[in-house]
Design a protein around this ligand. Sequence first.
Ligand SMILES: Cc1cc2nc3c(=O)[nH]c(=O)nc-3n(C[C@H](O)[C@H](O)[C@H](O)COP(=O)(O)OP(=O)(O)OC[C@H]3O[C@@H](n4cnc5c(N)ncnc54)[C@H](O)[C@@H]3O)c2cc1C
Length: 467
Amino acid sequence: MDLIETLNAIVGAQHVLTSGDLSAYEQDWRKRWHGKALAVVRPATTQQVAEVVKACAAAKVSIVPQGGNTGMVVGSVPDASGQQVVLSLQRMNAVRQIDAGNMTVTVEAGCILQNLQDAAEKAGFLFPLSLAAEGSCTIGGNLGTNAGGTQVLRYGNARDLCLGLEVVNAQGDIWSGLSGLRKDNTGYDLRNLMIGSEGTLGIITAATMKLYPLPVASLTAWASLPSLAHAVQLLGLAQKHLASGLTGFEVMGQFALSLVAKHFPQQRVPLWDSAPFCVVLENSDFESEAHARERFDHLMEQALDAGVITDAVVAENLTQAKALWHIRECIPLAQAEEGLNIKHDISIPVSRIPEFVETTDALLKRAIPGVRLVNFGHLGDGNLHYNVQCPAGADGKAFLQAQEPGVNKLVFDSVLAHGGSISAEHGIGSLKRDELPHYKSAVALDMMRAVKSALDPLGILNPGRVL
Ligand SMILES: Cc1cc2nc3c(=O)[nH]c(=O)nc-3n(C[C@H](O)[C@H](O)[C@H](O)COP(=O)(O)OP(=O)(O)OC[C@H]3O[C@@H](n4cnc5c(N)ncnc54)[C@H](O)[C@@H]3O)c2cc1C
């Protein structure tokens, strides 16, 4: 039997796609790459995933695990060979169990993040992972990339929210590690090895994730600021006044907001044209809305009096709060509307961010007259999306071709000089793979290669990604 026939026998021929328009599986979200798959396989159970991996290993055919295909670094789509199998987890989307006493949820890898948030809320809990792609990305992809998002400040990355995994390894064996334990020191931490490995060490089929109490009230404010240094000051003030109540703190540069105003005119973007930066921040309270509002108003008054902010609005209700967050979430979409751009997802110690931006902005503007800088991100986590858009009226594709390597080198060298990382939350994929050796130690890379060849000696899991 050839491989396709074997796959048909495992998952059913209707779930082995080999013809028709497969671009949803073959093209990445940013439209940076369109590959060609031998087949897209859509198993329904962990057992089927294991059998698919065994069949592919026997045929020496490599596998690209895929969730919602919203990844930013070209990690979830096949290469151009037409010889890779895309293994889509989309059909494995059940919420298996909510353990209220243990405050955990066990969920299949293909469950869409928003569906998991909704299921948790229905059971009276908060599942705090939150990102703009939550309507399409999956929990398997979130763990595969160790996704961050807007609540990391309080609840941590996907890694911090995960207590157990079920994984199919490169040999097609199933590791059942869905323990739900908060303490388990029994040797090497396989769970943490798998998280953030971008489908190169194993295929996550299910996960046990932490749940949290739902806050009684969540308030959102929007403030304008004279500079990024003031945004760092505001962060310090907010941490002091709100402590663990501070659950979100996002910064947005004026040009980033102008793109939202331009491409989504139905969004009413407040204060954007009066200051170089705006911040959206969230205060979650476990006492009452009145208590939350009192603390928030006090913080804003202090910040205004100290000249840290120039103006502010506090959302009056949930609809207004959602609208403010929606503006922040629209930035990547507005940027995509504006055209191709060079994206950087970097982290820098928070205290050094203003200096990094000032220095790097100046270097880029000197190197490329008229360049436009889209700067926004999770300031509370020291994570900026520092993106470089071509000069107005220039051809985005030609700009990328001519400038991308030089721009990347300039930005990443500056990141290194400021003690940062070239990938804060999006991962490495194939887009940043060749950059990694310049910015990560040779010893670390050797250890990573040793892990990869020990767990996947045939190199069939997402080859060419990360390493
Ligand atoms: C508008 C927008 C906003 C975004 N905002 C954020 C943000 O704030 N923070 C953030 O971190 N990311 C963000 N992202 C990036 C992206 O949404 C995340 O990386 C997300 O975690 C990817 O999930 P996915 O299901 O789409 O994974 P995919 O894109 O399908 O895959 C991503 C990687 O994980 C691997 N993978 C997928 N499923 C599995 C599995 N079951 N087992 C093992 N490996 C697997 C893939 O092989 C690939 O390497 C954003 C993306 C968009 C489009």
